[in-house]
Design a protein around this ligand. Structure first.
Ligand code: SF4
Ligand code: SF4
Length: 258
């Protein structure tokens, strides 16, 4: 940890760059004046305004994605010093000695757009596959919503904090470009909506999807998805719970002959 009154100096940021999918990959190094409490986004903003490498070569502005800048949208998720996390909430002071270069890489499990920006569409498409919503018709007044017990609310609230950042998917050995595994975030969201009194109307459809290819049985239960989640979502608990739901659903289907 670096003290807030550390002397002014430059820090080194190394960025893994690629102009487009399939283009050659290169590392570029930049010097950024240190300020106490600066985050990685502020380093990138400085580099964008001064795209000059430490070798004195003018280069293009690195590309990254960011939205809310308060760890809510998940857009600035990248691999910082080898660990997947958000660039907005990662402080330089928390990364160790100022002398050591800070490395920035794009997430590897999603198609690259350019430099640090990736396409996370797979997450949103998989959320659609499991119908991660409450089915209501918004065209007329439905009256007050159903009452949920305190215990149900307390179980559901942590799941509702997911920011679809993709950290759990990046860290998951089972989530790969060559398979359809939906990953922990989607399982947690299926659990969230299965436990909603109205969302439960689609429970069987969600479980049908999670019984199929890319579903819950692809999970190896290593638990990396819990370690890296910035919102402390109990992904392993969700996986165990949804696994039970899938088993009961499969048995019911077997005996009903459907
Ligand atoms: S428990 Fe392991 S295999 Fe299962 S989703 Fe989490 S990281 Fe992936
Ligand atoms: S479960 Fe956690 S790590 Fe995974 S997408 Fe949601 S917030 Fe990110």
């Amino acid at each position: 940890m670096i003290a807030a009154n550390a002397p002014t100096k430059d820090i080194t940021i190394r960025i893994c760059r690629q102009d487009a999918p399939g283009k050659p990959l290169r590392w570029e190094e930049f010097s950024v004046p240190y300020r106490p409490n600066m985050n990685i986004i502020s380093c990138l903003q400085y580099i964008a305004a001064h795209p000059l490498t430490t070798e004195g070569r003018q280069t293009t502005t690195p590309v990254w994605e960011a939205g809310c800048l308060e760890e809510v949208c998940g857009a600035c998720t990248m691999v910082i010093n080898g660990r997947v996390r958000q660039a907005c909430s990662t402080l330089v002071d928390g990364l160790g000695e100022l002398d050591a270069p800070i490395t920035l890489q794009p997430m590897s499990k999603f198609p690259l757009v350019r430099d640090l920006m990736v396409d996370r569409s797979r997450i949103f498409n998989d959320l659609k596959k499991v119908k991660a919503w409450v089915p209501i018709d918004g065209t007329y007044d439905l009256g007050p919503g159903p009452v949920m017990s305190q215990a149900t609310q307390e179980q559901r609230y942590p799941l509702s904090r997911c920011i679809t950042c993709g950290c759990c998917l990046e860290a998951c050995p089972q989530y790969r470009g060559d398979n359809d595994f939906v990953g922990a975030a989607i399982v947690s969201q299926a659990r969230l909506f299965n436990s909603h009194p109205i969302g439960a109307a689609l429970k069987e459809e969600r479980l049908d999807t999670l019984m199929g290819p890319g579903g819950i049985s692809d999970c190896g239960k290593a638990g990396n998805c819990v370690e890296v989640c910035p919102k402390l979502i109990p992904n392993l608990e969700s996986i165990a719970d949804v696994q039970r739901q899938v088993t009961v659903h499969a048995v019911k289907k077997f005996f009903s002959g459907k």
